[in-house]
Design a protein around this ligand. Structure first.
Ligand SMILES: *Cc1c(COP(=O)(O)O)cnc(C)c1O
Length: 363
């Protein structure tokens, strides 16, 4: 059992800032002003009310959320959003959800949408093994499109949009593995959402930012915990929200503001990713990246060595350098280094140096 913290490259749940963990630890027995733990107080208490408001304010400030959007905190993970979005927007209409399938997560989102209503996969990167995103010219919407759905960063394949596509219908984005990693022009989306456990907190809360006209589309026949409108009307307090998760998201968004906001995070994230991609590109083909160059993710670096045996060795030897959870997803194999906001540059440098040594030894 390791006694000290490692460099944890897990794809999610994933690394959190040490200062946030320390603050949570310090406040765990007694949340300032409440005489009890955040785990013990009512969601209707003044203290939690303030935490919820402050978290919302932080999210709005960091993302630049316009006035005509609602910020909601839901449970059920991103997976529930895969189903809940079409349930609220296309079920019982004659409209279609148009899906850009660029990897495992958008594929899953389209499959869930199919259970709810008309779903058209208008672009699918499967035959190319999900190595890129579509160009604008390749996106052919159906006439009955209610929205165009995308996954901003495919966590498993490690491919990411460099900018949002230009389309004539509302955009919806799953931003689970890149929320808060770079500035985003929220008004280009009718809805964006992210489960917290990649880049925004612990598992158990999902952030949903939705434009008012979409919130209003929720059918009146939906059960209340599945209706965006009813959740928004009650300010995410229809029932007990995941109070501890929201509290941690507050600490993380406080931390992001201290770090200089999303522009500063983006600069640091791109620089961290470049440290790894530079080693890969200079390795004479020893390391190869899963995705095409223009779509490489700066959050999840998905790569491989020349053989599965070496991949195994890589992950074993990495552990001796306190570098953990570098295994690729079982569907893609190879290695994956998830280098979210909270992964310090120092951890990426240790990985970079290890990669250089490993290639020298086995090339
Ligand atoms: C992790 C992840 C999901 C799934 O999130 P759950 O909270 O486990 O449902 C969905 N989309 C993306 C892009 C992810 O990275």
């Amino acid at each position: 059992m390791p006694e000290e913290r490692v460099y944890n490259f897990s794809a999610g749940p994933a690394v959190l800032p040490v200062s946030v963990l320390k603050q949570a630890q310090e406040e765990l027995l007694c949340l300032p002003g409440s005489g009890a733990s955040i785990l013990e107080i009512s969601h209707r208490s003044k203290q939690f009310g303030e935490i919820l408001e402050q978290t919302k304010a932080n999210v709005c400030e960091l993302l630049g959320v316009p006035e005509n959007y609602k910020v909601m905190f839901l449970q059920g993970g991103a997976l529930l959003q895969f189903a809940m979005l079409p349930m609220n927007i296309i079920r019982n209409t004659n409209k279609s959800g148009n899906y850009l399938v660029t990897g495992s997560w958008s594929k899953k989102a389209a499959a869930e949408a199919k259970t709810q209503g008309k779903t058209d996969i208008i672009w699918d990167g499967k035959d190319e093994r999900y190595v890129r995103k579509p160009t604008d010219a390749e996106i052919k919407l159906t006439d009955d499109a209610a929205y165009c759905y995308l996954c901003a960063n495919e966590t498993i394949e490690g491919i990411q949009y460099q900018r949002e596509p230009n389309v004539s219908v509302p955009l919806i984005a799953d931003m689970s593995s890149e929320i808060f990693s770079r500035p985003v022009d929220v008004k280009k989306y009718a809805c964006l959402y992210a489960c917290a456990q990649k880049n925004a907190g612990p598992a158990g809360v999902t952030l949903v930012v939705m434009r008012d006209d979409f919130v209003e589309m929720s059918g009146d026949d939906l059960a209340s915990p599945l209706s965006y409108k009813q959740i928004a009307d009650k300010d995410s307090m229809l029932n007990t929200p995941p109070t501890f998760c929201i509290y941690i998201m507050k600490l993380i968004t406080d931390w992001l503001k201290e770090q200089g906001g999303l522009r500063a995070m983006h600069e640091r994230n791109v620089e961290k990713a470049q440290l790894l991609y530079d080693v890969i590109d200079a390795s004479n083909g020893f390391y190869t990246v899963h995705g095409n160059r223009e779509y490489r993710s700066f959050m999840n670096v998905s790569f491989r060595t020349p053989s599965e045996d070496l991949d195994k060795k890589f992950q074993e030897e990495a552990k001796e350098h306190k570098l953990t959870n570098l295994n690729g997803h079982r569907s893609v194999k190879g290695e994956r280094a998830s280098i979210y906001n909270a992964m310090p540059r120092e951890g990426v440098v240790v990985l970079r140096d290890f990669m250089l040594d490993f290639a020298k030894k086995y090339a």
